[in-house]
Design a protein around this ligand. Sequence first.
Ligand SMILES: NC(=O)c1ccc[n+]([C@@H]2O[C@H](COP(=O)([O-])OP(=O)(O)OC[C@H]3O[C@@H](n4cnc5c(N)ncnc54)[C@H](OP(=O)(O)O)[C@@H]3O)[C@@H](O)[C@H]2O)c1
Length: 340
Amino acid sequence: MGTSPKTLLGTKTVLGDGLTVSAIGFGGMALTPVYGAVDDAESLATLHHCIDVGMTFIDTANVYGGGANETLIAQLLADRRDEVQLATKFGINGDPTTGKLKARGDAEYVRQCIDESLGRLNTDTVDLYYMHRRDTSVPIEETVGAMAELVAAGKVRHLGLSEVTADELRAAVAVHPIAAVQSEWSIWSRDVERNVVPAAAELGVGFVPYSPLGRGFLTGTIRSAADLSSPGDFRSHIPRFTGEALDANLAVVQVVTSIADEAGATPAQVALAWLRQRAETLSVASVPIPGTRRPARVDENAGSIAVQLRPEQMAALETAGATVSGHRSIDPNWVSSARE
Ligand SMILES: NC(=O)c1ccc[n+]([C@@H]2O[C@H](COP(=O)([O-])OP(=O)(O)OC[C@H]3O[C@@H](n4cnc5c(N)ncnc54)[C@H](OP(=O)(O)O)[C@@H]3O)[C@@H](O)[C@H]2O)c1
């Protein structure tokens, strides 16, 4: 019998600024419908299961489900606030499912958003508060300065930044310690390795890879556009999930699947093991936040901690990932690489 998820998750990870979290976190976004239908009772069961097995670093944002995601997570926190390292975000106006989004980072908005999030989450403080996207019309010093005031006021314990460049990270760290950068990072999304991951490693800032399973694609469960046809599945608008790019990208998954077979693991576990080992090589403290609606997949994803890939398997995955077709974002200007 394999080692239990609870044992595997027994070792914690220290991100930046002394923030200690579970070695794998849980991404809550798809518990409100972005990748297909959800069932709140199952979602809540999944959240409780995460805490039961020690996947206690829970990620949400004010924009997910227009606040409904935070309200759902409040039901978990009602009984178990002390067991959770809670992360939420502010800074996106608009609707992530349509791609009509705008970043906002002025100080007044920061102060407004935290109070709204604390109200929905029904808690006094969040452990990690992220700027979700950079509003380039506002100096980052203003945004982070307003976030630092929230730490002083006890509303927030640590600060994070999502989809920032290395230069933006350096400017932010000059204002206040930053616990983590959260950006997309996986076998098929490696642009962050150029600048921001090395900067985080150098500055002692942790890294939280989002969409570590490639929004589900790297698990081998998406074979064609028909698998993205649930109402509101916004992956059907992302370039690499559409048309010829989707077909071409199946070759990447084939390599993940064959290495999973070799390793006696699942494709999701291989994707997460690759990320863990890559972060170790780059000397950055890193905690991915895979999301799932299903308790059994929480255990499967935790099982990645026991998977150790050989150097030639790492290299084969990197070669496959480099062949990816299509951008990772509906709007290429929406992610940090556009500002590098
Ligand atoms: N900062 C940002 O801008 C940003 C952007 C995107 C996401 N995020 C955060 O990152 C978190 C994770 O990213 P994500 O949800 O986009 O993508 P992901 O974690 O890479 O993939 C999630 C998808 O994979 C499927 N899945 C999960 N485990 C699986 C397994 N073991 N086997 C097969 N399929 C599996 C899930 O389907 P089922 O539900 O059916 O299991 C879901 O559709 C989000 O929840 C959110 O908190 C942040």
